[in-house]
Design a binder for this molecule. Structure first.
Ligand code: SGN
Ligand code: CA
Length: 520
């Protein structure tokens, strides 16, 4: 009997040992793979112009934390978007596909189909903890995230409401950039730390109406900002630029945009402030308004005063954005996450800071086509590098998937730029394709075009019907439309052919039809 028991016990012990070894093995492989797989933090701001960032050469503003990412990683000197407007840009980032493929062409008429694939869904499937916190602006319930908490639509600067996963709405007291960062850190604290994570932080800053945090009021009031050289652009030879509605002179409103009120304020963005916030708002803006009234400005003097106020409000709004990026970097440091976390900071597109006399975005001209983008990935990217390859928001998904060791789905149209920044080898594209669709607010005509290292060819349609050609070597401000200029005929023909090729490559049927209709 004893013998049988001994045999039985020994057998059980062996089975248990085998099981323990198996468990140990599984545990070790989990640790090993999650140690190899990087965490990801993607911070996407709204309408933040590269011209206003220290790392991009602005000496008048302070953006120490964005600069810190650049200093510890790479600054992309030629990062662009495929469609320069909020929702569409985020849809491109998520799906790795152009607007005509992901279906979200514009903010006004499109509905985002959240059931389609995204780089987030691929990461979630691969075992990542994934979240989007803050502004998303896709007008659709997020799918494929392990967590989300988003601002409805454009969101509010003060005491923002959030849409929660359970379908409820929650108002959180405070200034939006701080609150979004608080929620992000809270999620990081509570996440399953045995798994790698991908956190997307969507900031509302620096979107119109450029409402700074109370502690940043007046931060730039003692600086007189230089006017861009083409501030008084007459749009000669550029029909679409002529018919837009986004000038500081005419479109920008004294009350709505610049907070110069002489009547009771009814604007929800301001009336939702609590008493303490409102008292600070009134104190700051009322004194500016009193001074403004005394000046009794008109004509160019008034336009230039508006420009100065615009710059001051915009940059003070950016101060909170930068500070909260700093909080995130500090969180990573404090929690020993810095070494194994990719951090990308970018805007959903660029923005005009008075160039051509404008604010807003949309055009394929550099200030809105291009976006700021910096990335840190310790041990993979040399600190302080500058990358001059043409990269696009379209490439974010494929890049992050490659970094996570997850196969990039075949139908994603972007390319990973990881090898460009890791080993500084290869080229992912020779030219960029752009297509903007919205034909409403700000009256920017729909257009598509191609941008090479030297030239840019744009076709406007619907609102105006025209072509524009720029030689960026001689005209970086895009003031001289060379379309049909004799000297550029050959370049023009070559670019049109190249443009058609890109249109075919990306399978943009609508543009293809328009190209074939116009004279090739
Ligand atoms: C709002 C703004 C526009 C801005 C769009 C798109 N008007 O409509 O000035 O171009 O958003 O911005 S406002 O009166 O509501 O401020 S985007 O960031 O969503 O693309
Ligand atoms: Ca935007």
């Amino acid at each position: 009997m004893n013998g049988i028991n001994n045999f039985y016990n020994r057998h059980i012990i062996i089975i248990n040992m085998k099981r323990s070894i198996l468990y140990l093995f599984c545990w070790l492989t989990t640790i090993a793979t999650s140690a190899q797989r990087p965490n990801i933090v993607l911070i996407i701001s709204d309408d933040h112009a590269y011209q206003t960032i220290g790392a991009y050469g602005n000496k008048l503003v302070e953006t120490p934390n964005i600069d810190r990412i650049a200093k510890e990683g790479v600054l992309f000197d030629k990062a662009y978007v495929t469609n320069s407007i909020c929702g569409p840009s985020r849809a491109v980032i998520l799906t790795g596909k152009y607007s005509h493929k992901n279906g979200f062409r514009d903010n006004e008429n499109s509905k985002f189909d959240a059931s389609q694939n995204s780089f987030i869904k691929e990461l979630t499937k691969a075992g990542y903890q994934t979240s989007w916190i803050g502004k998303m602006h896709l007008d659709a319930t997020p799918q494929g995230f392990t967590f989300w908490q988003i601002l409805p639509g454009q969101g509010a600067y003060y005491n923002p409401d959030f849409l929660m996963m359970d379908g409820s709405k929650k108002r959180i007291e405070g200034y939006v950039a701080n609150v979004v960062e608080d929620v992000a850190e809270d999620w990081l604290n509570k996440r399953d730390s045995t798994k790698p994570f991908c956190l997307v932080i969507g900031h509302k800053n620096t979107h119109r109406i450029w409402l700074p945090d109370t502690c940043d009021y007046g931060k730039y009031d003692n600086i007189n900002f230089p006017l861009p050289s083409n501030f008084y652009d007459d749009y000669d030879g550029r029909e679409a630029a002529k018919v837009q509605d986004m000038t500081i002179a005419k479109t920008m409103q004294l009350a709505y945009d610049l907070k110069m009120y002489d009547t009771v304020i009814t604007l929800a963005a301001i009336t939702r402030m609590n008493a303490a916030q409102r008292a600070k708002f009134d104190e700051y803006y009322n004194s500016i308004y009193r001074d403004f009234k005394k000046r009794d400005l008109s004509g160019n003097a008034l336009t230039e005063w508006k420009f100065q106020r615009y710059m001051k409000d915009y940059l003070a709004t950016a101060a909170s954005l930068d500070r909260n990026i700093g909080r995130l970097l500090d969180y990573l440091d404090r929690n020993n996450l810095t070494q194994n976390t990719i951090v990308i900071y970018m805007s959903d597109q660029g923005f005009y800071m008075g160039e051509h006399g404008w604010f807003d975005k949309r055009f394929m001209y550099e200030e809105s086509f291009r976006t700021p983008m910096v990335m840190r990935y310790p041990k993979h990217i040399k600190a302080g590098s500058v990358n001059r390859n043409m990269v696009m928001n379209l490439d974010i998904g494929p890049t992050l998937l490659q970094a996570a060791g997850v196969p990039v789905p075949n139908d994603m149209q972007g390319n990973s730029f990881l090898s460009l920044v890791e080993n500084k080898t290869g080229v992912i594209r020779k030219a960029m394709y752009y297509h903007y669709y919205e034909n409403g607010e700000h009256a920017v005509s729909p257009h598509f075009g191609i941008s090479t290292r030297r030239y840019k060819l744009i076709h406007f349609y619907k609102r105006v019907n025209s072509w524009e050609l720029y030689d960026m070597n001689n005209d970086k401000n895009e003031m001289h439309n060379l379309y049909d200029a004799k000297k550029y005929r050959k370049v023009q023909t070559r670019l049109k052919r190249q443009l058609l090729k890109l249109i075919e490559q990306y399978n943009d049927k609508e543009a293809e039809e328009l190209m074939l209709k116009s004279d090739l």
